[in-house]
Design a protein around this ligand. Structure first.
Ligand SMILES: Nc1ncnc2c1ncn2[C@@H]1O[C@H](COP(=O)(O)OP(=O)(O)OP(=O)(O)O)[C@@H](O)[C@H]1O
Ligand SMILES: [Mg+2]
Length: 378
């Protein structure tokens, strides 16, 4: 099933906004409509609704789409309040973080496409270029950064900074690392709700002695769910890098990832897309390229979405091996692989600089109410 934006807008034109006297599309209350397959996300902004009016509007939107467009559509309504009543406002937790210049989130829709591998290699490349770099492993489902940096058994020490105890990140290859994995037992499945994860991450940012950092890379868990919203609500993220393989299912999820960051209520700039596992190359036949997941899928997606393709990383056995033994492939300076990672990293830096020139710093939060999603309110 493929929903179409025009039909959705037509359906929404049958709803009037309380107090506006006009339908919600022409009155400008509908600020964005996004569709993916059978999912539709409707962003609306309404002036000071009562709780009841808000619920009513949500129900009306769902009903209009189900009745007039597609009964099985999965509808999500993000309702923003123009002049919110104070008690409905979500608290702004952290604005700029002293000493940390840029927080770059590495995300994907689909799992296992190489976020952590890409994060580790970008971090190492940044460090080799002379930047001060930290990596925060935010993957509460499967933290893999400690293994990729060969520090699986380390535990952060406590240090005293200006009379306050703070966590000292573990250092490896010139990169400062903190991971949820340092605080959980290996093999222990951690099932956390978004707000809990956000709280733990907040501690790892605000109660840690990162010192001065040019880049803090945030290795996100796979998906586009509750946890991601909580994280984005509580941290001022400079930009996001989306990782995808060229495979259709991965691309569909990458598209959702891009849309999640770009939706008006979140509004984190997408720095670009990385095509990981772009083609397979056997080590002994470096000129042979096999497009086993399809060709240039992420390149085409980047073009479609008008975001930059930041780099193409081949599927190579040594990348996997390097990850497993905790020595990121980008460390082998001069190798073709480390050159691919360097190019990717240069593009990430370039896009970050461009973003910082053209936009004000991302605020920790722009979300006031997310219907259908739980919001952090502690
Ligand atoms: N370019 C590549 N070439 C070869 N192997 C790769 C490449 N990228 C990632 N891998 C391997 O694929 C597996 C998954 O990668 P990784 O853990 O980085 O993905 P992820 O997106 O972080 O996964 P998750 O969603 O579980 O967090 C790992 O074994 C990794 O070593
Ligand atoms: Mg990972």
């Amino acid at each position: 099933m493929k929903l179409n934006k025009k039909d959705i807008l037509e359906a929404l034109r049958t709803i009037t906004v309380p107090g506006a006297g006009e339908n919600m599309v022409d009155s400008g209350a509908v600020t964005n409509v996004l569709t993916f397959g059978d999912e539709v996300i409707v962003d609306i902004t309404i002036k000071n609704p009562t709780l009841q009016a808000r619920k009513k509007t949500e129900v009306e939107i769902m009903k209009a789409i189900h009745d007039k467009v597609e009964q099985k559509a999965q509808v999500k309504v993000n309702l923003k309040v123009d002049a919110p009543a104070p008690k409905e406002k979500v608290e702004i937790k952290g604005k700029a973080i002293p000493g940390i210049k840029n927080i770059v989130a590495i995300a994907s829709g689909k799992g296992g496409v190489g976020k952590s591998t890409t994060t580790a290699n970008i971090a190492v490349s940044l460090s080799e270029m002379g930047f001060k770099v930290g990596v925060l492993d935010a993957d509460i489902y499967g933290p893999s950064i400690p293994i990729m940096f060969d520090v699986p058994h380390e535990r952060p020490l406590s240090v005293n900074v200006d009379g306050k105890s703070k966590m000292k990140p573990v250092e490896s290859y010139g990169v400062k690392v903190l991971s949820i994995g340092f605080f959980t037992k290996p093999d222990q499945a951690v099932v956390w709700r978004g707000p809990m994860a956000a709280k733990a991450l907040n501690q790892m940012i605000f109660d840690a002695a990162w010192g001065e950092l040019d880049f803090l890379l945030l290795d996100l868990p796979p998906g586009t769910g509750d946890i991601h919203l909580s994280i984005m609500q509580s941290l001022p993220i400079t930009g996001a890098v989306i990782v995808s393989t060229p495979q259709t299912v991965a691309l569909a999820d990458a598209k959702k990832g891009v849309a999640m960051f770009q939706q008006e209520s979140i509004n984190v700039p997408v720095l670009g897309i990385v095509e990981n596992m772009a083609y397979f190359t056997p080590e002994e036949l470096p000129d042979n390229k096999y497009y086993i997941f399809g060709k240039e899928g992420a390149r085409n997606l980047a073009e479609d979405l008008d975001v930059r393709l930041l780099g193409e990383i081949p599927l190579v056995q040594s990348i996997r091996e390097a990850g497993d033994v905790g020595r990121p492939a980008a460390l082998q300076s001069g190798s073709p692989l480390s050159k691919s990672y360097e190019e990717l990293t240069r593009n990430v830096v370039e896009e970050t600089v461009r973003r910082n020139k053209s936009l004000p710093p991302t605020e920790a939060i722009k979300i006031t109410t997310m219907a259908g999603c739980s919001a952090v309110k502690n």
